[in-house]
Ligand binder design. Structure first.
Ligand code: BGC
Length: 805
């Protein structure tokens, strides 16, 4: 092992500083004279996105072919961390072959609202489930010797102005909902790196958040890898290095390095601390290096990984409805295949996670491998929502000829993309209209859904069965047919609630944050924590999913550390069941969601087979975070241990007394009533202040129209300068135009939501932070002096870059 301290002692200040920011968009810098290696970082969570030509962080330019696995939202429905681990292992293997040392994933943000544009990239609305799945993924990736990079730390659940929004939330919600999954992953899977999020958390950029990084991540959880900013997400490099963020990506052409050097020279940053960050960073580089030295293979194992992707998709399919047991279809059943998605699958989301897949199965391609009598195919609708009567008519005629209609429907590409939150939860109305017409001519309709996030289903009575495949990756089509024909018995369960309508969701009034803030007024009450506590009916509850067989639960015994029970497959088919353990605190003094997931297991049982199962109650089972003394506490009292087939369908329960502390409440109970009843839909400023334990910081945009370097470009709408307002208009028109086309223009979206400082962080060093500040002066009406400063900055930068070389 290299003696890092000795190595660092041989470096100049400039060399040390240079290691903490990128060489280009994907690689870190080397120091040739000291043999310091470089490392390549690439997305991502669902397959490797290695760009060797023009690089970008939005998935716009080509990348090398790699296996496209089902997205995280899909895999979470398997409720099987070993599935995530398998995928992680394949991705890690492909990374190694493609020279990638750091895989930028898994995405671990909480599904606070069904409208977050990146929900398809995230696991769940529940931190425990998310944590377990993510730690499987991390273990899998790292089993190859490369690094996984869990992201985006932390509290990043909206895309709107994601680089400048400020997530305002109370300490308890932060700990219990938004940090728990990261805590689990860091402690149990030991990721070698981690990515900070773009947003601020309670007023401080995540990449500069000493409490989140140094105090919690490193000191409390023992993280010993390196932390990287999200791409272009750095604000003040010196502050982020101080706080515990090591690497800034992508390159800023030396601007950030100079900031570090100047800070050390002027005494603003201790050289000792810089040395420490460099050491922490290099430690990982030298840990990863041997994996590449050992690896002799350049084989992507395309076929094997394609099969693994199909298996993972099959394990994650959720059967939501199965009237008259229409599924599985009997052999040689006469089917009509309808829906554009059967021809052109919707299998992944747009943005940085996009994978250039090695191959892609469509339903029509793989159909012949299954024992079905296909009477024909009709696309039936345009996926961008345009009504087409002729297409509908052709589909209706086809439906009349079949015993069963397989109707493929779902969300199109624009609906789910990085950089853009959704505005509603509906699927395009032309698909819904077609379903209604089909149901009039054929009663046996099986809907097959492709959508990476929760949707409304007011149309559900028009079909007999619904299979939800989420976004199944490159081999998802075959997996779905395996389930349709009964070759695979579905065993997925929802990792998020499907509400009846958007208005029912807990953050309906709060999402997305309107001006500077995203205010987390709902506190702990996201997902089923809300629906259960506030008694809101839902379409399908968290943890729900049917099987072609049935299971009987019995004989629950609980102790402080575990719950043991029996489960029997009482049907005639083999199958797997996801069993969930929730706890409910009886007579709790502290406000709590009605129930919370604290354990789960997935068990495969042959028809008639019975097994005894044990679910461990770990350190997270009874704890709550006490903001008063900044500690995890266990409230003494009685708890119900609930064993369920879903969050709603509790099959067994037992009460247990748990010894605990009698810590004082840190708030006046009377002022927190909504949090006791879960009625958090319209929390007033006063109530939110009680939750926060402090005043709500000023959230309005500057009313004088003065912008600063952290304001988003779309805020030029308010700018003093007419020229800036014109620039806004142009940007806005481009955005609207691209949305109308149905193809998201990620570049435009990114720029629209990007703060001015992003111009400095995303232009390879052509524009410096000083120049970005001058641009802001121009926007604020000081055009000529700003321009002068900008030009001066340009030449200063040129000179500095030259002298650095
Ligand atoms: C995304 C990250 C991604 C990075 C690099 C950013 O826009 O937020 O998740 O890893 O780009 O592509």
């Amino acid at each position: 092992m290299v003696d890092l301290k000795d190595l660092i002692s041989k470096m100049t200040l400039e060399e040390k500083a240079s290691l903490l920011s990128g060489k280009d968009i994907w690689e870190t810098k080397t120091i040739a004279r000291l043999n310091i290696p470089t490392v390549v970082l690439s997305d991502g969570p669902h397959g490797v996105r290695r760009q060797v030509g023009a690089g970008d962080h939005l998935g716009l330019n080509a990348s090398l072919p790699a296996t496209c696995f089902p997205t995280a939202a899909t895999i979470a429905n398997s409720w099987d961390p070993s599935v995530a681990e398998q995928i992680g292992a394949c991705i890690g293997e492909e990374a190694l072959v493609q020279g990638v040392g750091v895989v930028l994933g898994p995405g671990m943000n909480m599904k606070r609202s069904p409208l977050c544009g990146r929900n398809f990239e995230y696991y769940s609305e529940d931190p425990y489930l998310c944590g377990k799945m993510a730690l499987g993924f991390v273990k899998g990736v790292q089993s190859n010797g490369v690094s996984a990079c869990p992201k985006h730390y932390a509290v990043n659940s909206q895309e709107l102005r994601r680089m400048s929004s400020d997530s305002i939330l109370d300490e308890r919600t932060l700990r219990e909902i938004y940090l728990t999954a990261f805590e689990m992953v860091v402690k149990e899977a030991k990721p070698r790196s981690l990515m900070t999020s773009y947003n601020k958390v309670n007023g401080i950029y995540a990449s500069e958040h000493e409490k989140l990084l140094q105090d919690i991540l490193m000191d409390e959880w023992g993280f010993d890898g390196f932390v990287v900013t999200d791409w272009g997400g750095s604000n003040n490099h010196v502050e982020s290095v101080r706080a515990g963020n090591h690497l800034e990506m992508p390159t800023t052409g030396g601007d950030s390095d100079r900031e570090l050097v100047d800070a050390v020279k002027s005494g603003k940053l201790e050289e000792e601390l810089l040395n420490q960050r460099v050491e922490e960073f290099l430690k990982v580089l030298y840990e990863i290096k041997p994996a590449f030295e050992r690896n002799k293979s350049n084989d992507l194992k395309i076929e094997d990984h394609h099969k693994a992707a199909q298996k993972a998709a099959a394990e994650s399919i959720v059967l939501l409805k199965n009237e008259d047991s229409i599924l599985p279809l009997s052999s040689a059943c006469k089917v009509a295949v309808i829906g554009d998605f059967a021809k052109t699958p919707r299998y992944q989301g747009a943005g940085s996670s996009i994978v250039n897949c090695t191959k892609l199965d469509s339903t029509l391609d793989v159909l012949k491998g299954f024992d079905l009598d296909v009477v024909g195919f009709e696309a039936g609708y345009e996926r961008n929502g345009k009504m087409d009567d002729r297409m509908q008519q052709a589909a209706v005629e086809l439906a009349q000829k079949a015993e069963v209609v397989l109707f493929y429907m779902g969300l199109d590409e624009i609906s789910e993309t990085e950089g853009l939150d959704r505005t509603h939860m509906q699927i395009p109305s032309n698909q819904v209209a077609l379903l209604s017409r089909l149901s009039k001519v054929n009663k046996n309709i099986v809907v097959i859904l492709s959508a990476g996030s929760a949707i409304e289903m007011p149309w559900i009575s028009n079909c007999k069965a619904v299979l939800h495949g989420y976004l199944g990756g490159q081999a998802g089509a075959g997996a779905m047919l395996q389930v349709i024909t009964g070759e695979v018995n579905p065993s997925g369960k929802l990792a998020e609630t499907l509400p009846i309508k958007y208005e029912d969701t807990p953050t309906y009034q709060y999402f997305p944050g309107k001006e500077y803030h995203a205010e987390y007024r709902e506190g702990l009450f996201i997902g089923y924590r809300y629906y259960d506590t506030a008694n809101i009916s839902v379409q399908f509850p968290f943890g729900y999913g049917l099987s072609y067989t049935t299971f009987e639960y019995s004989n629950l015994k609980v102790s402080q550390n575990q719950a043991t029970f029996c489960i029997k497959n009482t049907g005639i088919r083999d199958g797997a069941e996801v069993v969930q353990l929730y706890i409910h605190a009886k007579d709790s003094d502290v406000y709590r969601p009605f129930k919370e997931l604290k354990g789960f297991t997935k068990v495969f049982l042959k028809a008639g087979e019975e097994k005894e199962l044990t679910i461990t109650l770990d350190d997270k089972a009874f704890r709550y975070y006490n903001t008063g003394n900044s500690q995890w506490e266990v409230e003494e009292g009685e708890y119900e241990i609930l064993i369920g087939a879903s969050s709603k369908e509790i099959r067994l329960k037992e009460t247990i007394f748990i010894k605990g502390s009698k810590a004082k409440l840190w708030y006046e109970k009377d002022s927190m009533k909504p949090y006791y009843t879960g009625q958090i839909q319209t929390i007033s400023d006063r109530e939110f202040e009680c939750l926060l334990g402090r005043q709500i910081p000023n959230r309005r945009w500057n009313e004088q129209g003065l912008l600063d370097v952290n304001d988003a470009l779309c805020q030029m709408y308010y700018a003093k300068s007419g020229l800036a307002r014109l620039a806004y208009k142009i940007l806005h028109t481009l955005k609207v135009r691209s949305e109308k086309k149905g193809v998201p223009n990620l570049n435009v979206l990114f720029i629209y939501n990007m703060p001015f400082r992003g111009i400095a962080k995303m232009t390879n060093g052509v524009i410096t932070m000083d120049m970005a500040n001058e641009m802001v002066r121009m926007v604020n009406g000081q055009f000529w002096s700003g321009l002068k400063g900008f030009i001066k900055g340009y030449f200063r930068n040129k000179k500095a870059q030259k002298s650095m070389k």
